[in-house]
Design a binder for this molecule. Structure first.
Ligand code: SF4
Length: 352
């Protein structure tokens, strides 16, 4: 088991990815420590999102709010605006409440143990373990989907996901060393992201070639074993782009709770098997003209929506919302779905 860690460290010290939130092994040798605020922010952003997508958002957030005090002082609205486009908006909402709790309960210092971290808003088992290991070098088993893949291959775990999760955790705990557990977690993630990939893993240059059971006894691509994937549910609906005589668009706010909570939107409705031509959900009577369909993938359903537009409207008719100049749309906290809908009706809306 120790052999795995020592082989992995040799590889990681030379081939680690350079990530804006990471403290590299050579920086650590110079006495530079990981910043818990950066690790926390990056881990929240990375939930269900790729490193490539997260990088520019992370840089933007750090420039605007360089520490937990600055983030806690920001308004929920501002945070949602900067988060716009990253998806899974409940994460943005819990950022603010977590920052507030770190200040009020912990005097601005993140707790180092996973147990306490887990009690904070937006932090599940994985994120708490990752922060504890990476920011504070605590010996925690950190298992994301990359690590899942590496472990099931290394130890030839034939149980299908998610039933194999317990076994995967036990093996990860066993091979996590007392020395440099944070780097070990990051090395496992890097190995999964760069060499031990789902298809065509680069076993020939992998530091664990001689220790990997899947490579010796089977085809690594057969791991992890998966349950038959459920098909995503399809929801349908429509949205209404109301354009006033002053070239302003009518927006409203979603409820704080639930999908895309607290964000701005054009009036819309969607549900399973909803009629896309049903005008009952239009915000007010007008000559609504069909502009085309848009499609969007959420984590647990697919959405197909028809976009309608009415123009030259008086601004006295919209009561439960507000009117926004087209050129000011970029200042609104609009989810990608709604931006897509507006662009369907007004292709240059976000290029003004
Ligand atoms: S040898 Fe291949 S399958 Fe095994 S851990 Fe390395 S890259 Fe993954």
């Amino acid at each position: 088991m120790q052999k795995i860690a020592s082989q992995l460290f040799k590889w990681y010290d030379q081939h680690h990815r350079l990530l804006p939130w990471r403290t590299t092994p050579s920086e650590q040798k110079q006495g530079i420590k990981a910043d818990p605020y950066k690790i926390w922010l990056s881990e929240i952003m990375l939930q269900q999102t790729t490193v490539k997508t997260v990088k520019p958002y992370f840089t933007k957030f750090i420039q605007k709010w360089p520490n937990i005090q600055a983030l806690s002082a920001a308004s929920q609205e501002d945070i949602l605006k900067e988060w716009s486009g990253l998806g899974y908006y409940s994460r943005a909402r819990s950022l603010k409440s977590c920052a507030d709790q770190i200040l009020s309960k912990y005097n601005g210092q993140f707790p180092k143990h996973a147990e306490k971290l887990r009690a904070l808003p937006g932090l599940g088992n994985y994120t708490a373990a990752a922060i504890s290991a990476i920011a504070f070098n605590q010996k925690e088993a950190v298992v994301d989907s990359n690590v899942q893949r590496v472990i099931t291959r290394l130890f030839l775990i034939t149980t299908a996901l998610p039933f194999a999760n317990k076994e995967i955790h036990q093996y990860t705990r066993k091979i996590t060393p007392y020395s440099r557990p944070g780097d070990f977690a990051q090395a496992m993630m890097d190995l999964g992201a760069t060499l031990c990939t789902p298809k065509k893993p680069k076993c020939l240059i992998c530091p664990l070639t001689k220790l990997c059971l899947a490579l010796q006894k089977d085809n690594p691509e057969n791991f992890p074993k998966k349950n038959t994937i459920k098909k995503k549910e399809l929801r349908t609906g429509n949205t209404f782009i109301a354009l006033s005589e002053n070239q302003r668009i009518f927006l409203q706010k979603r409820h704080q709770k639930g999908l895309l909570g607290g964000m701005s939107e054009t009036p819309n409705h969607f549900a399973q098997e909803a009629n896309k031509q049903d005008m009952a959900f239009a915000p007010f009577p007008a000559l609504w003209v069909y502009q085309g369909d848009i499609h969007h993938i959420f984590s647990h359903f697919l959405l197909s929506m028809s976009v309608y537009m009415a123009t030259n409207l008086s601004e006295n008719i919209g009561k439960k919302g507000w009117w926004v100049k087209i050129e000011d749309l970029t200042k609104e906290a609009l989810p990608s779905l709604i931006k897509k809908a507006i662009k369907k009706a007004l292709p240059d809306a976000f290029n003004l």
